[in-house]
Design a binder for this molecule. Structure first.
Ligand code: M6R
Length: 628
């Protein structure tokens, strides 16, 4: 049974080394704050047999306040772990916060994910006389490890005890376990939930995200499915859940700490909006050589690409919108039918798939549960799966036949910005690779399309130099009750994306529509003063659509709407119908989303700021949604 609920990814960090563990662990938790959480806790082993734990509901600052109250000198060891929790089982209160301990308080556990058979395990423990101190699923793991450690074949062997418990757990989990008897050891395990090892000099880390230890080392190891790692000061050992040695994948983190810091911006999101030209350039870099599109991490052969007779793009949220944009280009370039589907719907409707179907799974995090399940379903049906992903070694690329990394760099703000633009560019590379393999475009045409893509970082940079006007507009319309977004052709997914950004950041009612649908219902929403953002196509590139949209704007203006028009520079026809005109550079039609989305990101962020909201951490939302 899989639980249907939305959770944030808890932040986990564990450390064994030569520095004060409390400082390292708190620093790591701070770096993972972007994941969202509602309580935090730490455990430190002092080397003399004491295991000291403190936990607190609310922000990290609450925990730090509590540590000051009780005295930080009590946490004087060089091994420890920490956790930021987003509640699933049990309310976000102190006693449900991690770490959880067994009754003897010798074992401490932090956990991300959901132990699906926890009710049965809890009943078993209670029948054995164990008294539960929390409402969580995690606590069962602490008691089970303690029991395994004190009896049977695993007695006295912490690693074997953790492995034995992992074999009994169902669901997705990352577990980090300490035992007061082993003050220089931390054991961590993973199943379908992220866990990386940081390899330092005389120190080792485990974390749900490299951001937690990037300050100390860039050398990392990615654990595989159902693997367990034992870290000490001197080294690390990777095992499977049966205790046999296992292989994990070392890698060097290709971004540094400064990339994860705000770089002088008030919010990560604002920094990430500004990084979009660079992100786009990084996505494209190295993908056109000797006159050919190269998908360098490709494991799908040219012959297989030639055999493709249908493409699905599966994704969620903004990534889904990037797929909607890609449909126009891929169908146009390859003459292949492209279906774009919300990953959460895909596998439940029995899609028609076979080995000649290419499924493109788009995900910034590579952890999104719905997209992962769509990938699994597609592969079960023998379709070939190509992941478009921003996170090195994440689960979705690991389970796909091929991967195209977007290289947009870490995206910390919950709202997708640079990752979205990079996804569009990467999807276009997939389209061009298909067109090239299938011969639906001549080599010189492919080269021209790529050259046009390569010009986009400069075009986006130009948009960024004009966003002050958008900020000002954002402040002026921040009190609106709702905002509508209209577009046609590739402007339609841009309208959807603009509305999504506004919903998630400003908590404002926002809807995106295909402008042609106006008369079929949405026009009834138009009332005096309602802001309506219209994404115009180029008057030259799409003259027919342009004139139809001009008619749409005049219809809504006549009914009192306040029209905010995003149009190509020099588009004079639309000027009389625009209460606010935002100009973007002229670019080829299919590439327009790369410039027209940017003002909508800025608009949403500015409205959210004006309304006093946290732009990076919108309420109720997660950066990675790892449970269906
Ligand atoms: O990591 P993913 O790209 O798979 O995430 C998909 C969506 O959850 C994500 O795009 C979400 O919609 C963003 N918060 C939108 O800004």
């Amino acid at each position: 049974m899989s639980l249907v609920r939305l959770v944030r990814v808890c932040g986990i960090v564990g450390y064994v080394g030569h520095r004060p563990a409390l400082d390292v662990v708190l620093g790591g938790l701070r770096r993972m704050e972007y994941r969202g959480y509602d309580s935090a806790g730490v455990a430190v082993l002092d080397g003399a047999g004491a295991l000291t734990v403190e936990r607190k509901a609310g922000r990290l600052a609450n925990l730090e306040g509590r540590l000051d109250e009780v005295g930080r000198e009590r946490f004087g060891g060089t091994a420890g772990m920490g956790h930021t929790r987003w509640a699933t089982h049990g309310a976000p209160i102190d006693r449900n916060s991690h770490p959880h301990r067994d009754a003897s308080e010798r074992v401490a556990v932090v956990h991300n994910g959901i132990i699906e058979n926890f009710a049965a395990l809890r009943a078993e423990l209670e029948a054995d006389g164990v008294e539960m101190a929390s409402d969580t699923d995690t606590e069962t793991a602490a008691h089970l490890v303690a029991r395994a450690y004190t009896e049977g074949d695993t007695k006295g062997d912490l690693t074997a005890s953790v492995a034995a418990v992992c074999r009994r757990l169902e669901g997705a989990f990352t577990l980090v376990v300490t035992h007061a008897d082993h003050p220089d050891t931390i054991v961590a395990a993973r199943r379908s939930s992220p866990l990386v090892v940081g390899v330092g000099d005389g120190e080792h880390f485990v974390a749900s995200d490299v951001a937690a230890f990037i300050e100390h080392t860039r050398e990392a190891v990615e654990l595989g499915q159902d693997q367990l790692v034992v870290i000490t000061r001197e080294g690390y050992d990777v095992l499977d859940f049966h205790g046999d040695a296992a292989q994990a994948k070392p890698f060097t983190v290709d971004w540094d700490l400064s990339a994860a810091e705000k770089g002088g911006h008030e919010y990560f999101m604002l920094k990430e909006i500004e990084e979009q030209p660079e992100a786009l350039a990084n996505t494209l870099r190295g993908h056109f050589e000797s006159g050919r599109i190269i998908l360098d991490e490709q494991r799908i052969s040219d012959q297989d690409l030639r055999d493709v007779d249908k493409v699905f793009v599966v994704a969620c949220g903004s990534a889904y919108h990037s797929g909607l944009v890609a449909k126009y280009a891929i169908e146009h370039w390859t003459r292949l039918p492209v279906e774009v589907e919300l990953a959460s719907e895909f596998r439940y409707r029995d899609p028609v798939l076979d080995r000649d179907t290419l499924v493109v799974a788009v995900s910034q995090s590579g952890e999104t549960a719905d997209t992962l399940e769509a990938v699994r379903h597609a592969r079960e049906q023998k379709a070939r799966v190509l992941a478009v992903c921003n996170t090195n070694g994440a689960q979705i690329p690991r389970e796909s036949d091929a991967v195209l990394y977007t290289h947009a760099g870490p995206e910390i703000g919950v709202a997708s910005t640079k990752a979205f633009l990079a996804q569009i560019a990467a999807n276009y590379l997939v389209g061009l690779a298909l067109a090239q393999a299938r011969g639906t475009k001549y080599p010189d045409e492919v080269a021209r399309e790529f050259a046009e893509l390569e010009a986009m970082p400069a075009a986006v940079q130009k948009v960024l130099s004009t966003v002050e006007q958008v900020r000002d507009l954002g402040r002026r319309i921040a009190d609106s009750k709702a905002i509508l977004f209209l577009g046609r052709h590739v402007g339609f997914p841009v309208a959807l994306e603009g509305a999504l950004k506004l919903k998630e950041l400003a908590y404002m009612h926002a809807e995106g529509f295909a402008a042609g649908e106006l008369k079929h219902g949405p026009i009834a929403l138009i009332e005096d003063g309602l802001p309506v953002v219209v994404v115009m196509p180029s008057p030259k590139g799409r003259a027919v659509l342009h004139s139809k949209l001009v008619s749409n704007i005049s219809e809504i203006q006549a009914r009192g709407a306040r029209t905010i028009v995003i149009a190509e520079e020099g588009d004079e026809t639309v000027r009389p119908f625009a209460d606010e005109l935002i100009e973007v550079p002229a670019v080829p039609t299919l590439l327009q989303p790369l410039v027209s989305t940017v003002p909508l990101q800025v608009l949403a962020a500015e409205i959210a700021r004006a309304r006093g909201y946290d732009v990076d951490k919108p309420r109720n939302l997660a950066k990675s949604v790892t449970v269906e």
